[in-house]
Design a protein around this ligand. Structure first.
Ligand code: GLV
Ligand code: GLV
Length: 327
């Protein structure tokens, strides 16, 4: 019998045609609506491979149902939606999609930074709503980006790509990371800083950190208080690295000047959320890697990883690499 693959979101036919030649492929037929848990559980029972998206919680319980499951290919670089430890214990490969999305996500991060600083979204609404009466000296006046200080928390590949963009804007670049990045220091002129010192000095505090037990709520009330009152917080990594209640207070109390957010503690964030009522917040629906080319590239990597694993080959991009040593 052909191995079975379950895809949790509707993907373009061209992307999966190749898989269909060799495997039984089943797909949740909606692009916008997530697969219901009961459907996912019953599909996982039969699946040899799962292609998931960031909004699918891949828990130990779900994995325990997948008796034939060999691989979970997540269409994202982050994998905090997956219990990787449980997958590893069960001998299930977990794959992600690094590299292909690096520059695209850095572009969006910088777009969000610029938009928040220069109030681009507000200005667009203002213009379209017919509110523009005349040129005026401080109409929608925002914050400069050029020659200001950017503090990047989490200097992985995307962090470095953001830093390269910042260099083009003549910015002073600070970073904090678990390990130092001597090459980034040399090539981009990024300066390593303690978290506290970065927070206190930066005009733009940019979170690029993956969500882990260590980074959950690393941006809390105390941290927002230490930021400059003119600081802008940008988050394109994971919502839960910031305590949203504390972020709301900081913005409302003008402890910081603004926030550009592509990610939220609970996604999708609903329109009645207090953060979305604030004028100094620019909010996006988790679209960091969302260019057509990059999303196609991410799907391609997922497909390639599934094909390889189901054919007994090494995957292209593996999260739980310890499985290669033990198998
Ligand atoms: C998206 O958030 C990703 O992790 O790729
Ligand atoms: C504004 O448009 C200017 O010319 O400074």
């Amino acid at each position: 019998m052909k191995p079975s693959i379950y895809i949790t979101r509707k993907l373009p036919d061209v992307c999966i045609a190749e898989l269909k030649e060799t495997f039984n492929v089943k797909m949740w037929e909606s692009e916008e609506i997530a697969v219901p848990q009961d459907v996912l559980f019953s599909e996982v029972e039969k699946a040899d491979a799962l292609l998931t998206v960031v909004s699918d919680p891949v828990t130990d319980e779900l994995l325990s149902v997948g008796r034939n499951l060999k691989v979970v290919a997540n269409m994202a670089v982050g994998y905090d939606n997956i219990d990787v430890e449980a997958a590893t214990r069960r001998g299930i490969y977990v794959c992600n999609t690094p590299d292909v999305l690096t520059e695209t996500t850095a572009d969006l991060t910088f777009a969000l930074l610029l938009a928040t600083a220069r109030r681009v979204v507000e200005a667009d609404q203002f213009t379209k709503e017919g509110k523009w009466q005349s040129w005026s000296p401080f109409l929608l006046a925002g914050h400069d980006v050029h020659h200001k200080t950017i503090g990047i928390c989490g200097m992985g590949k995307i962090g470095e790509a953001v830093a390269r963009r910042a260099k083009g804007f003549g910015m002073e670049i600070l970073y904090h990371n678990r390990t130092r990045k001597p090459e980034a220091e040399k090539e981009i002129g990024a300066k390593y800083c303690s978290f506290d010192s970065l927070i206190g000095q930066s005009d733009f505090v940019v979170s690029m950190a993956p969500l882990t037990n260590e980074t959950r709520h690393m941006f809390n009330a105390e941290v927002f208080q230490k930021m400059k009152s003119t600081a802008i917080f940008i988050n394109t990594s994971r919502g839960a690295v910031a305590d949203e209640g504390a972020l709301y207070e900081a913005l409302e109390q003008k402890e910081i000047a603004g926030a550009g957010l592509d990610v939220f503690e609970v996604e999708p964030i609903t329109a009645d959320h207090p953060l979305l009522k604030l004028q100094n917040v620019t909010a996006l629906p988790h679209i960091g890697s969302s260019s057509i080319d990059t999303r196609m590239g991410m799907i391609h990597i997922c497909v390639e990883n599934i094909k390889r694993i189901l054919s007994g080959e090494r995957p292209k991009t593996l999260v739980n690499t310890s499985l290669l040593e033990t198998k």
